[in-house]
Design a protein around this ligand. Structure first.
Ligand code: CAO
Length: 546
């Protein structure tokens, strides 16, 4: 195996360029012509390819380094090479600067045609941005469009000054040297800038001999101002290499919404991946998604045919303070909205007599005082619900298209109020656990939720959820189903009430229950039976054993 030094090839009229992206690392196997680094001048960005296939043994450049033609990028152990070729031969030879009088001389007045100048060895490059519009007054060398190949992006400047009458290309068109780009109404006699297009490329191409036609005022690198002048003004496109832009386009990622982590805020392929992951996991939204999600954005709703969310300048009516919502609130908000809108939900309210159960709970806690585990009413409710879910299995199911999936496990979620917003930890296999163990796990999970330490696994897999406001107050409420579950039980504060026992009114501790259910899966009668059964268990907990 031979070691080969891969050098920066002829990069046209650029003296020194900055390394802004390393696309390989030591140990990587690279193919011939695979891009190794991205460099950037104030005129263009370009990727430098490998002249050989092999394994990267040593990187000789770092981010921020200045390189020029001949600088060693890295050392490769060339695949199958008997002997290292001379470094010069190992380097791709891009098209050298090719001074070409591509632009016609601008007339003092009258129509002037602007053509695509010699853009090196590129064919069929895609127009990715049009920077001017008819009616604009154009200066000589002002960028008109941005084109992009798979190796470089470049702006095409105007060869004349004038008022833009007609644009002959649009975004998505492919163009080649000599194509008519625009027609200007010339406003002044301008010496035609003979455009020297430094083939701002790394593509290994055969050197095209310069058809020198006495470059009058050769404008170096007519690839013009880059889409992103590094450290300078951004001319409309995000700061990213052509291959990253292509990657973003393939995934449909809006590049202008991606935050760049590279040098000078440059967007890297990793940034695109991270953005995509965040959007897919629901932790981030594109602007387009936000516009469609009224809950998340406080606006939109057009997809439901609703009138737009009211936009009010609250400051007109008094002092205000605006605070962005936290991540958890945003995620749970979007879920709650979907569930509220998409589920035909009905809520049944009922009361359960928990007089004896509460007395039992209090005495148990007295007996267990030293154990440190406090038995909560919610733990009894979980056990009671498991019994009801077993008797009425449709409440422990999920909809899957036209099928109902019945689950033979009973994992119960409970809503926990945390400083960051509502979270729903899940206690697994509640059918196999006693009230003490459930109480203990609930305490631990609730603490974790409040400390922001709950893992995704601890919040997934619930088959039914209980939302208890009993420790706070209230009478009844209408909880929103936690899809893909089909029912949720809301519990409020128990109060002593006069209850008629057939002979007289007696004081009983009554617990208000609110059961919300998905009418696609559950009927009203079943819901009433579920609540009645739950009430029976809570009034005499021995029934759990039956
Ligand atoms: N009726 C009367 N008192 C009740 C009660 C009820 N239904 N439920 C609990 N209590 C009492 C408890 O006995 C306790 O009293 P003591 O301190 O005197 O023993 C007190 O209220 C506080 O209970 P708790 O709230 O700490 O414990 P819990 O087991 O009832 O609830 C948890 C735990 C995590 C569910 C709760 O802390 C919580 O976060 N609740 C809010 C849930 C929520 O936000 N739901 C709304 C979702 S929809 O937006």
């Amino acid at each position: 195996m031979a070691l080969v030094e891969v050098q920066v090839p002829d990069i046209g009229d650029f003296d020194e360029v900055t390394v802004i992206e390393l696309m390989v690392k030591v140990g990587d196997t690279v193919k011939a012509e695979q891009s190794l680094i991205t460099v950037e001048s104030d005129k263009a960005s370009m990727e430098i390819p490998s002249s050989k296939a092999g394994v990267v043994k040593e990187m000789r450049v770092a981010l921020g380094d200045k390189v020029k033609q001949g600088s060693i990028v890295l050392v490769l152990e060339a695949a199958g090479a008997a002997a290292a070729p001379a470094p010069a031969a190992a380097v791709a030879a891009p098209a050298p600067a090719a001074p070409v009088a591509a632009a016609p001389v601008a007339a003092a007045s009258g129509p002037v045609q602007v053509f695509v100048p010699d853009i090196g060895d590129f064919k069929d490059v895609v127009v990715i941005e049009v920077m001017v519009k008819p009616g604009d007054t154009i200066k000589v060398e002002q960028s008109l469009i941005t084109v992009e190949s798979d190796k470089a992006s470049m702006e095409i400047p105007s060869s004349a000054a004038g008022v833009l009458k007609e644009l002959k290309v649009k975004v998505g068109d492919t163009v080649n040297i000599g194509d008519l780009l625009a027609v200007l109404e010339g406003i002044a006699a301008v010496a035609a800038p003979v455009v020297t297009v430094a083939a701002a490329v790394a593509a290994p191409v055969a050197s095209a001999p310069a058809t020198a036609q006495a470059p009058v005022a050769a404008v170096a690198a007519a690839v013009a101002a880059p889409a992103h002048a590094p450290g300078g003004t951004t001319v409309g496109l995000p700061h990213a290499s052509p291959s990253v832009r292509k990657f973003a386009r393939e995934l449909g990622v809006p590049l202008d919404e991606v935050k760049g982590s590279g040098l000078k805020g440059r967007i890297t392929a990793n940034d695109i991946q991270a953005f995509t992951k965040a959007v897919m996991s629901g932790t981030a939204q594109t602007k387009a998604q936000a516009a469609k999600a009224p809950a998340a954005s406080g606006g939109g709703g057009s997809e439901l045919g609703l009138i737009p969310w009211p936009k009010v300048d609250f400051a007109k009516f008094g002092p205000i303070e605006r605070k962005e919502m936290g991540r958890i609130k945003k995620i749970s908000g979007a879920n709650l909205l979907r569930n509220a809108i998409m589920i035909p939900a009905v809520t049944n309210h009922d009361d359960a007599d928990i007089t004896d159960l509460e007395a039992f709970r209090v005495s148990t806690n007295k007996e267990n005082e030293k154990s440190g585990v406090k038995v909560t009413m919610l733990a009894f409710l979980i056990k009671a619900c498991v019994a009801a879910l077993k008797k009425y299995p449709e409440f422990n199911s999920s909809l899957d298209g036209d099928a109902i999936v019945y689950k033979n496990y009973w994992h119960i979620g409970f809503a926990a109020d945390t400083p960051n917003g509502l979270m729903v930890p899940v206690i697994r296999d509640c059918d196999k656990k006693g009230v003490l163990q459930i109480s203990q796990e609930m305490g631990e999970l609730a603490k974790k939720a409040r400390d922001g330490k709950l893992g995704p696994a601890e919040m997934s897999g619930a088959t039914f959820t209980i939302s208890s406001l009993g420790g706070i107050g209230g009478k009844y409420f209408t909880p929103i189903i936690n899809a893909p579950e089909v029912a949720i039980l809301g519990v409020c504060k128990s109060t002593m009430e006069p209850v008629w026992n057939g002979k007289e009114f007696v004081p009983r501790l009554m617990l208000p229950l609110s059961l919300t259910w998905d009418h696609r899966v559950i009927d009203g009668a079943a819901a009433a039976r579920f609540n009645a059964f739950l009430g029976q268990i809570l009034s005499d907990f021995r029934r759990v054993l039956l």
